[in-house]
Ligand binder design. Structure first.
Ligand SMILES: NC(=O)c1ccc[n+]([C@@H]2O[C@H](COP(=O)([O-])OP(=O)(O)OC[C@H]3O[C@@H](n4cnc5c(N)ncnc54)[C@H](OP(=O)(O)O)[C@@H]3O)[C@@H](O)[C@H]2O)c1
Length: 307
């Protein structure tokens, strides 16, 4: 977004600045943790389709003037990469509280698909982890391999869609689910030389959570900021404690973390690829349809005004 006018006390941006919308923030607590997100769970807040809008200065961050990246890449960055930065910091930090780099320099990170996970795997790689993503898209598989991240086709695992109720009542479902879960675990074991996942990134939730937990090493971290396909999860505490499984839950990031993420992006070239299509304002319904049909990239964007 571009700043058109500012209030007298605003210090974080000036008229004409190109800014990133700090979109998670509508309300925050005294430490800066977001308690309600712009448009998402803040009744009466305006969304991101207004042609002009009024925001608090803590809801925007001026982009560096010398940035080599296109505004469309920063738009792709603004939600998923900022979320990835906040979540990865806690996941990686927690793992390293349990095992140091001297003890285990190159652990495995295993991930399901999605843009937040993609950004986290890039961070994991920079931190020395060996990275693997399960994806159903061949273009992504090729792009991941180019980045030195192993890509595994998840299409043979389509039956990993856990439902407690069906598992207890439907014999055919149970047989298919169990076979797919075993295939997943064998695949993870093979891809990690039997070491399993030290960090597992799962923003999908309910249908894959049971399989995700089983793919964890001892000790390990399962980390998330999302519940794309379901948020009601169950665990066996004795098992999770005994195997030192740490469950990390975060949402978006604090304002200073977003600033840090932008600086990190600049110095480490950590940014989404240039989008293959920028949807115009009138094409937003088409974007929604393309996303639902799985035809968009991990970082689809729309443009409200010409810049
Ligand atoms: N709390 C926050 O601040 C925050 C911020 C950002 C996102 N989120 C949440 O995090 C979740 C993920 O968001 P995202 O933007 O990273 O990704 P996304 O666009 O919601 O995820 C899409 C990808 O998830 C994978 N996927 C879909 N169904 C799957 C299944 N049944 N099993 C395994 N993988 C499956 C697919 O990857 P492939 O096509 O490659 O197979 C799909 O393309 C969402 O729920 C989102 O709302 C939360």
């Amino acid at each position: 977004m571009r700043v058109l006018k500012i209030g007298a006390k605003v210090q974080s941006a000036k008229v004409g600045d190109l800014c990133l919308v700090f979109s998670g923030a509508w309300q925050w607590n005294r430490f800066g943790f977001v308690t309600a997100a712009l448009a998402y769970d803040s009744p009466g807040s305006i969304g991101l389709m207004a042609k002009t809008t009024k925001l608090h200065e803590r809801q925007i961050i001026a982009l560096p003037e010398d940035t080599p990246f296109h505004p469309a890449q920063w738009a792709g960055f603004s939600l998923r990469y900022v979320t990835a930065f906040g979540n990865w910091k806690v996941a990686h930090g927690t793992f390293r509280l349990m095992l140091t780099e001297q003890e285990y320099p190159h652990p495995y990170v295993v991930s399901w698909g999605g843009g937040v996970a993609w950004a986290q795997l890039e961070l994991a790689k920079l931190s020395g982890y060996q990275c693997i993503m399960f994806t159903s898209d061949e273009n992504r598989m090729a792009a991941l391999k180019e980045k030195g991240i192993a890509a595994i086709d998840r299409r043979p695992l389509a039956a990993i869609h856990f439902s407690q109720q069906r598992y207890q009542t439907d014999v055919v479902y149970k047989k298919n689910y169990t076979a797919a879960e075993q295939l997943f675990l064998q695949t993870v074991a093979q891809a990690t030389n039997g070491e399993m996942a030290s960090i597992l990134i799962d923003h999908i939730g309910e249908p894959v959570f049971r399989a995700s937990l089983k793919a964890l090493a001892q000790p390990s971290v399962i980390t998330t900021s999302g519940w794309k396909l379901g948020m009601h999860l169950s665990t066996m505490r004795a098992f999770e404690s005994g195997y030192w499984h740490q469950h990390i839950n975060t949402s978006y990031a604090r304002y200073p973390e977003a600033i840090e993420a932008i600086q990190f992006a600049q110095t480490h070239n950590w940014i989404p690829p240039f989008p293959e299509r920028i949807y115009q304002f009138d094409e937003i319904p088409q974007l929604a349809q393309d996303y639902a049909d799985g035809k968009t990239s991990y970082f689809p964007i729309f443009q409200v005004n010409p810049l």
